[in-house]
Design a protein around this ligand. Structure first.
Ligand SMILES: [Zn+2]
Length: 449
């Protein structure tokens, strides 16, 4: 745009982010949840953090109570939340119109060097390939011995009996061994990272929750809250995937090109998770452990691919409504989300009314078409890890060059270097085919135990 227009726009950025800021205040500070009750009548506090734990509990009373109380709180603020989301989408539309883009979606993906067709391909392909998710829901329903699944039954692990303690030392050893095929430079730096305090490992008073990696020129840093679980082991593999990506990019690119874009970031991390999964599956002889691992992987598919694709579709649809000059009322947002849940989960899942409100608690809806990248990265990393496991030196070299690439090329071109073309729906379809096979294997494993 002209200097004057850019200046005007730049001056508005603080005002443009007011919906997002108000969302965070309302979501994190002003929204209070009622305590929940478990099957024994114990009263427990409900927070955004404990919600996930409760939904994974084998206690159905606790799950239902957490689900209902969580959304009851959002029900009370839904009109305010809808108004904030409406303003956010209008702001995107205004800026995209001003810059001459046909849609807000086009403007946002273009900013990261990704054609909007990648976004639309994802949704189209997931629609075509929805049957395996429905099949997984049938298997889940059978495993939980229910006539129909409720929305609060989607997160419960299906292989409860298996619970192995994995110390940080074991997690380190296995995560390192799982990337051996990436060659000396990668393995040596990885090992050095594990043993020279790149990582802050355990939970501590005043330490933030979750996990992340931060790339800086000296060496990357990783924050974990390791708890001796399989999830923690995968988190280590995931964050070290990010850390090594940063390490390789900083080492091989000039500073200006060293910071990779989000579209490729989650490829490096989930690819390492896939390699670890392969390593663990290869070594287990215990059927129950195998079922437990596959269940974990199936949940990654459901959570990272299908669910994020569904949220991305929601984001696309609501922005289309705004483009038609419609106002995003809570009623309209609830209806769009309800219909999506019904389509994605199929006839074996009851779309309980509270889930309609899920949009009200998703901060990513203020991050301008961000969510789809979880699903695309996941599919890309599945394709790449399959290639790497075949052990062809050329494929491994290509992948290492991708990791060394930083942001020296567009994300699409970098991924093409690694051997996957995300402008085609093929990687999405291939990932779903793999999911389909895993659902069958899992079904067999839990039926013949
Ligand atoms: Zn990540």
């Amino acid at each position: 745009l002209s200097m004057e227009k850019e200046e005007l726009l730049a001056g508005c950025q603080d005002i443009f982010s007011s919906s997002e800021r108000a969302f965070y205040i309302l979501n994190d500070v002003d929204t209070r949840f009622e305590d929940v009750k478990d099957a024994k009548g114990n009263v427990l506090p409900l927070t955004s953090g404990s919600y996930v734990d409760y939904l994974e509990s084998a206690d159905e009373t606790l799950r239902k109570s957490a689900f209902e109380n969580m959304y009851a709180a959002y029900g009370k603020v839904q009109n305010t939340m809808a108004s904030l989301l409406n303003s956010q989408c209008k702001m995107l539309k205004y800026e995209s119109d001003l810059r001459g883009y046909p849609t807000s979606l086009e403007a946002s993906t273009n900013k990261n060097g990704v054609p909007s067709s990648v976004y639309k391909n994802l949704i189209k392909q997931v629609h075509k390939d929805i049957a395996p998710l429905h099949k997984y829901m049938k298997v889940r329903k059978k495993a939980l011995k229910k006539d129909k699944l409720n929305m609060y039954d989607l997160y419960v692990p299906l292989v409860k009996e298996f619970d192995k303690k994995i110390t940080f030392e074991t997690a380190k050893k296995e995560a390192l061994a799982s990337v051996a095929l990436l060659g000396q430079e990668y393995v040596e730096a990885y090992e050095k990272g594990l043993n020279s305090r790149w990582i802050d490992v355990y939970e501590n008073e005043g330490k933030r929750s979750g996990a992340y990696s931060c790339g800086v020129p000296c060496h990357p840093f990783v924050l974990l809250n390791h708890t001796d679980t399989l999830r923690s082991e995968f988190t280590l593999a995931h964050e070290m995937g990010h850390a090594m990506h940063s390490y390789m990019s900083f080492k091989h690119q000039p500073f200006i090109n060293s910071d990779y874009k989000i579209f490729v970031a989650e490829v490096a991390s989930t690819c390492n998770e896939a390699l670890l999964m392969h390593y663990l599956l290869e070594r287990t002889t215990d059927k129950k452990e195998r079922a437990y691992l596959i269940n974990y992987l199936l949940e990654q598919y459901r959570g990272t691919m299908y669910r994020q694709a569904m949220l991305a579709e929601f984001e696309m649809l609501i922005n289309e409504e705004v483009a038609k000059n419609n106002t995003l009322s809570a009623e309209l947002l609830n209806k769009i989300n309800h219909d999506l849940n019904a389509f994605y989960y199929g006839e074996d899942v009851i779309v309980d009314a509270p889930i309609d409100l899920e949009w009200a608690k998703i901060p990513h809806l203020y991050m301008n078409f961000y969510l789809y990248q979880y699903a695309t990265s996941f599919c890309a990393s599945m394709a790449i890890s399959q290639k790497l496991l075949k052990g062809n030196p050329e494929d491994i070299e290509n992948y290492l060059n991708f990791l060394k690439g930083g942001c020296s090329k567009s994300p699409i071109d970098l991924l093409k270097m690694a051997g996957v073309d995300m402008t085609s729906p093929q990687p999405i379809h291939d990932a779903i085919c793999q999911f389909d096979k895993l659902v069958d294997e899992f079904d067999e494993l839990i039926n013949c135990k």
